[in-house]
Design a protein around this ligand. Sequence first.
Ligand code: 4AD
Ligand code: MG
Length: 431
Amino acid sequence: METISIIHAPEHVDERVRIGVWLSNKRSSGKIAFLQLRDGTAFFQGVLRKTDVTEEKFAEAKELRQESSLYVTGTIHEDARSKFGYEIEIDDFELVGESEDYPITPKEHGIDFLLDHRHLWLRSSRPHALMRIRNEVIRATYQFFNDNDFIKLDAPLLTGSAAEGTTELFETDYFGHDAYLSQTGQLYEEAGAMAFGRVFSFGPSFRAEKSKTRRHLTEFWMIEPEMAWMHQEESLELQEQYIAFLVQSVIDNCARELETLGRDVETLKKYTKLPYPRISYDDAITLLKENDFDVDWGVDFGSPEETFLANHFDQPVFVLNYPKAIKAFYMKRHPTRDDVVICADLLAPEGYGEIIGGSERDTDYDYLYKQIVESGQDPKEYDWYFDLRKYGSVPHSGFGLGLERFLTWITLQDHLRETIPFPRMLNRIYP
Ligand code: 4AD
Ligand code: MG
């Protein structure tokens, strides 16, 4: 007899198999017990009839508690009424680990309680679906970039510079001078692009955000591609192809998870149609004003403005060329204007806002040196970065996708916190 995973049950119809499972719920009457089982790969039902087992076994089954672990043995059948489509008719089981007073019961719990029990909550069906979609997006990311001649080049997480501004830094005093947890791998990816042409990093980023919003985590995961010999236009094309590829991969490989989360697949399909609309920052300001927003040229968009813009197009939309004053020091100067830079944010529809920030990078040593001095930072700390402009500087562009921002949108969550296994936020470092 084979030991299998639930996910492989369809390949074993009418066979007798053994599965290691946890009991997520149960219902029983005098003659039959319905055990809701999970093994990490999927959820399905076990049916135990009094007539199929000894009296003691049936009594033992009725006493089983939520989240006990067991080996169940039985025959796989199709079950058209269930979501999974298959069930196991159990003829024997063996208790492996008891579980007493499991805190997360089938009743409703508040979000703080669930987050305090995140280490257990991950076993429930919604977190399970979210983490499997997260895994699919990670898998598809590696596929997309490898298929497009990128290599993954890991950026350090301890850094000596503040590439995205100095307000959100996590400091450490280990090195005897200023050092921080990384806000972005970008500057290192720029070095990588000059060595390997096309690179991407994919790792945690840290922002000591002091605000509590549904779009900010203190620790989040970012995918940061960087491409040598590439201008912004071509980078935007790559960005939209990447997003469409991720959406299609989730549609193709996570149908069950999307259903669990109640995400409508037809809506998602819209987002695989390219190109995405583009609007300049200038035109976005005009459009917002026409729609009664109180915004002046020069401000950064908040969540109401971003929501309006993406909903207006009913598609992800690139907002191009923001004011220089509100963007990072490395962004490329505009050829004819000195008030904007060559950059774009990609805003997701349905109220989700910015998911990508990217730009072409300035290539000029003197300009970047001046930018660092004007930002009040010590240019000595950027010596290595300036070297990239001294030795064969070339046009290059890149961008950063926030994994949790993307997932929150794709899975229609109202907060980022459920799209990462163990969220870190203002006031949350446990568990
Ligand atoms: O716009 P950001 O700050 O851009 C950068 O860090 C660039 N260095 C990227 C690059 O060009 N290589 O961040 C990029 C993305 C945002 O669009 C957002 O999706 C995500 O990272 N992000 C956050 N996600 C969760 N919590 C936070 N606190 C985030 N801050 C940024
Ligand atoms: Mg940004």
